[in-house]
Ligand binder design. Sequence first.
Ligand SMILES: [Zn+2]
Length: 91
Amino acid sequence: MHCRKVLELLPKFIENDFSESERAAVEAHLKECEACRLEFEAMAQLVETLESLPPIGVPRSFKEAVMSALPHKSGKPPIPRSNGNGGPKCR
Ligand SMILES: [Zn+2]
């Protein structure tokens, strides 16, 4: 197996998202190819680090929690744009 192919498969390898034969081929390659092994270890370590950290992106539920925690959202209706008091006049 070529290094390039192995490097393509590494992300799947880390997620255990491929067949037994692919896994065996990658493992065999990692045993004899130091460059790919280092790449794999770096990638595995990165994944481990990422998984131990809170998500980087703000999930929608977090945004909604913040929005609902804002003072103007605490039960009061939104400010009306035109209530006949300075708004555009309709006839
Ligand atoms: Zn290699």
